[in-house]
Design a protein around this ligand. Structure first.
Ligand code: SF4
Length: 284
């Protein structure tokens, strides 16, 4: 079997930074709570749990609700970011706050706050119920949320100053269509595409992957950037694609009649998980 490892893949800077923050905190303190999954990868969460971190699992709850489960100690906010209300509630509970929000997400928060203060109506494009989106929408109830191109016709904004921005891990190919439609509806709109560099270069690599019988994208089911890599591979590179979390979740039936396989991973997938799958495939 020919195996092509598509680069770049694996941890982005934001994920490396979040894991480093948690590990450094664990060396110094006890009673460390992670508000939701620090990144979307079970193996990393298990590793941090073994080191002493306590993850408060999201389980459909908001970050604000999850705070009810922490009475004292240190709370670490995940790489996805939280809304100002979560900060306020954590302070009211006298928790020590450590923020592992990715700087790219923080930039989106700051830009939105600035534009609202300048009198703009804000449009934010993202995926429903994703923690990054929850954090941004918690900034102000006035933010207009768009989760798909179909939402644009329902927008009813009467302001010459409109600012549009987005979740950092969306598909760079989908967002171009959404922004084009928004520009048609609001010609003066100020567009600020904030898909992060890590997401962009991983999607471009998948778009330009060599021909193969199968592409395997390794990453957690909840990982937004992983799901977008799958979509780019299927719809733009037009290669049969599967997503798996690790070797144990790889469906062997998918490998039947496969002679050439491409493999990549989301920005929250540790390298060793991909390497394990590659080692297995090499023996096939
Ligand atoms: S994918 Fe982008 S926004 Fe998300 S943590 Fe990584 S660098 Fe930050």
């Amino acid at each position: 079997m020919i195996i092509n490892k598509i680069e770049p893949q694996g941890f982005c800077k934001g994920v490396i930074n979040a894991i480093k923050i948690v590990k450094e905190t664990l060396e110094k303190e006890k009673n460390i709570y992670l508000l939701g999954e620090i990144i979307h990868n079970k193996n990393v969460i298990n590793e941090l749990t073994n080191l002493g971190a306590i993850t408060i699992p999201t389980e459909g709850k908001t970050r604000l609700e999850l705070l009810d489960e922490i009475e004292s100690g240190t709370v670490i906010f995940s790489a996805h970011g939280v809304s100002p209300k979560v900060y306020e509630k954590a302070r009211m509970k006298s928790l020590k706050i450590i923020d592992a929000t990715c700087p790219m997400v923080l930039l989106v928060h700051n830009n939105i706050i600035k534009k609202i203060n300048e009198g703009y109506d804000v449009i934010y494009i993202g995926t429903k119920n994703h923690p990054e989106v929850e954090g941004v929408l918690g900034i102000s109830s006035s933010i207009n949320f768009v989760s798909s191109i179909n939402d644009i016709e329902n927008l009813n904004i009467n302001n010459n100053k409109i600012y549009a921005t987005n979740q950092t891990t969306l598909s760079k190919y989908d967002i171009e269509n959404i922004y084009e439609q928004l520009k048609n509806k609001y010609p003066n709109i100020l567009i600020d595409n904030k898909i992060c560099n890590a997401t962009t270069i991983r999607q471009e690599a998948i778009k330009n992957q060599p021909k193969a019988d199968l592409c395997i994208i390794v990453g957690d089911k909840l990982s937004s950037n992983t799901k977008k890599l799958v979509k780019v591979s299927e719809t733009i590179a037009k290669i049969k694609t599967i997503q798996c979390e690790d070797l144990s979740s790889l469906n062997m039936d998918d490998l039947k009649n496969v002679n050439v396989v491409n493999i990549s991973s989301g920005a929250s997938t540790p390298d060793y998980i991909v390497d394990e799958i590659i080692d297995y495939l090499k023996k096939k």
